[in-house]
Design a protein. Structure first.
Length: 687
């Protein structure tokens, strides 16, 4: 593809990102750079033929230049599985499947470690084991407390799993000791109420982790990477304190670990750790704090998504390596592009969770909103064309941009028409929401690709069928997106009633008392936008205070001793919905709770089961059941969904040319950029 040619021919003569791209000598082996591809469970591990697909997935990342890959979590035994049919490595007959993956990575000159993960009380099945019989808030099952013999048998399962991983050709293992999984449950008094040799004192609670490391080191020998994922910041009540984190790190170093990776937050923590609203590199400070205490290489993690972020962390001495997980879903070539000094070509992870973690926790195959090929490397490919076509793309939103780039990569001549003055469509609105600034990167990526691929872009140009009399096209791709849905209520023809699009484009003034009609994703975004003057995403200190993260680490779990109160709101905002269901029920599975917390902190007033009766000089008249109320608001913002913008469809079809609808113009539901980009990609792959 043209993109690959650019990478190999336009590199800088000076080494860009010198700290990120420098080798790391581990004594018995050397990593070619300081970038670790962090663990992600893709769902391929459990699919029929999934290991062949995994091999293709990891091969592309190894070819993309990453220094070390860590797989998704593999259980050491049956009871440690995350779900009933989750992957485990316990028996010799399972080794051959993993060899498919390790062979593919090694053929691409890469290195790969297998993560060993025992779910403990986080397992989503009734056979879970944990240090104590304490139910986790994120699963419906109460675990069985492990008998002493079960503890020792589980240690043996870890050791056996690591030995089999070595037989399978892995360069090492990562022991998952953080995020609230089994080992973390033993370490923390919050979940370990035992009174035997595995509980009580901190030293006793750490023996489980240390015996695992010692046992694995004794079995695999010295020339094998052992990474320990250490919870440096639990972010839960009664979590470990700093002195305990340091002590355990020193014990792990003595026990024989090669690298310590940073773990941040338990899955049940009420502080976001990886969503897009978390500032970039927000937790590198805790890795830096530990770096003063141990000599083994340390890995900084979480919201490190671009080379400049990685370089800053490494150059300042905060860590020896950086972990990027989801950024390699977004762009397998991230390291190669950085090495060629073409970071502008990187398809940046925006931290949305929509296609990765939301899929994983819904038992679906993970992929990526901005890169629909992720985990579909054997199924979605853009092969060079035999017959070149001239294609008109009408609309430069997510669907139109994606189609244009993939079709041009295949060799088609693509002309994009956009009625507005800029690329991006709805992304230009989304990026104005506090915490969604990363959408800037996606627009930058597509803009760079348009220029690199020679795509003709005609801005401020409204396409009409009459244009076909001036220039010819073989096929037409309609990607005109959506328009706000009208709400028929007496008085809604008033100038007080505006759409969310008008607000975000700065076309209207919004008063100090606002009613938002509709409490889906758009309504939540508007509530945040209207209540927060400066995004905390770009100001880490403000973000730490808002969420109660104790960067001085004076308190257990790294939590402030007082719960942050509500912010002084800029406006009084009502978030209203007709449905009687829970507000925000349709938000992302792994990020919805963050959005609900944000509007609660801003004092947004929510109401469900609302009937809108009228708008007059007194305000918005509503009824909930038999109770009526007047909301004395200055502005009503319509966030009640959208409709497909099909104004051009009939005229285009009348031309007799093939017409394809993609994105919001095809299906308007929930402004689904994930579906829009995938739809554009799939059409480009076959047209």
């Amino acid at each position: 593809m043209l993109e690959a040619q650019i990478i190999t021919t336009q590199g800088s003569t000076n080494t860009p990102y010198p700290h990120m791209l420098s080798p790391l000598d581990l004594g018995f082996t050397t990593l070619k750079n300081r970038v670790l591809m962090g663990s992600m469970h893709t769902g391929l591990e459990e699919e029929k033929g999934g290991f062949e697909k995994l091999a293709a997935f990891y091969r592309e990342r190894a070819e993309g230049g990453v220094g070390l890959i860590v797989t998704g979590g593999i259980s050491p035994n049956l009871r440690g599985r995350l779900a009933p049919h989750a992957s485990q490595l316990s028996f010799p007959w399972q080794v051959s499947k993993h060899q498919i993956v390790t062979d593919a990575v090694h053929q691409a000159d890469g290195k790969i470690c297998m993560q060993i993960l025992h779910a403990g009380r986080y397992g989503y099945h009734p056979f879970t084991l944990a240090p104590s019989a304490i139910k986790a808030p994120i699963t419906p099952f109460t675990p069985w407390a492990m008998a002493s013999w079960q503890v020792r048998r589980t240690i043996g399962a870890y050791v056996r799993c690591a030995r089999l991983a070595k037989e399978a050709g892995y360069d090492g293992v990562e022991i998952m000791g953080s995020e609230g999984y089994l080992i973390n449950q033993f370490i923390c008094a919050r979940t370990n109420k035992r009174s035997d040799e595995w509980g009580g004192s901190f030293e006793n609670r750490c023996q489980f982790a240390l015996e695992i490391v010692k046992g694995i080191r004794a079995k695999v020998g010295r020339d094998f990477i052992i990474i320990f994922r250490l919870s440096m910041l639990d972010l839960v009540d009664h979590g470990s304190n700093w002195e305990e984190v340091v002590q355990l790190a020193k014990w792990l170093e003595q026990a024989g670990v090669t690298i310590i990776n940073t773990g941040i937050g338990w899955h049940e923590a009420r502080i976001p750790t990886i969503v897009t609203s978390v500032p970039r590199g927000a937790f590198a400070w805790v890795t830096e704090k530990l770096k003063q205490e141990v000599s083994v290489p340390l890995v900084a993690t979480n919201r490190i998504n671009m080379p400049e972020v990685a370089e800053t962390i490494l150059a300042s001495g905060q860590a020896d390596m950086v972990s990027m997980a989801r950024p390699f879903l977004a762009d397998p070539e991230l390291v190669n592009k950085a090495a060629a000094d073409r970071a502008d070509l990187i398809n940046t992870c925006i931290g949305c969770n929509q296609a990765c973690l939301d899929h994983t926790f819904s038992m679906k195959r993970a992929t990526c909103l901005v890169n629909p090929r992720a985990c579909f490397e054997t199924e979605l490919n853009f092969v060079p064309i035999h017959i070149k076509k001239r294609l008109a793309v009408i609309g430069a939103g997510p669907a139109g941009m994606a189609f244009a780039v993939y079709a041009a990569q295949r060799g088609h001549e693509v002309v994009v028409f956009e009625a507005r003055s800029e690329l991006g469509g709805q992304f230009n609105l989304a990026r104005k929401i506090p915490g969604k600034e990363e959408f800037d990167e996606t627009i930058r990526y597509f803009d760079t690709q348009f220029k690199a691929l020679g795509i003709t872009l005609k801005l401020n140009t409204r396409f009409t069928p009459e244009r076909l009399q001036q220039e010819s096209f073989d096929e037409l791709i309609l990607a005109t997106g959506v328009i706000p849905r009208k709400v028929e209520v007496p008085g809604f023809d008033s100038s007080k009633v505006v759409t969310y699009q008008q607000v975000l484009r700065g076309e209207v003034e919004v008063g100090h008392k606002v009613a938002l009609i509709g409490a889906g994703g758009i309504g939540f975004d508007m509530a945040h936008y209207l209540c927060e003057s400066v995004s905390s995403t770009v100001n880490p200190d403000v973000w730490y205070r808002q969420w109660g993260v104790d960067t001085s680490y004076q308190h257990r779990g790294g939590l402030m001793d007082t719960v942050p109160g509500e912010h002084a709101p800029l406006r009084k905002v009502y978030l209203l919905q007709r449905k009687t269901s829970k507000i925000g029920q349709g938000l992302g599975k792994t990020s919805g709770w963050v959005h609900r917390s944000v509007i609660r902190k801003h004092g947004v007033i929510t109401k469900t089961g609302v009937t809108y009766e009228k708008l007059d000089e007194q305000g918005l008249h509503i009824r909930i059941g038999e109770v009526t109320e007047i909301l004395a608001v200055d502005t009503v913002v319509l966030c009640a969904g959208q409709e497909s913008n099909r104004e051009l469809e009939q005229g285009l079809r009348a031309t007799g040319l093939p017409v394809h609808l993609i994105g919001g113009v095809d299906v308007a539901a929930e402004l689904d950029a994930k579906r829009a980009i995938r739809q554009g990609a799939e059409l480009a792959a076959k047209i």
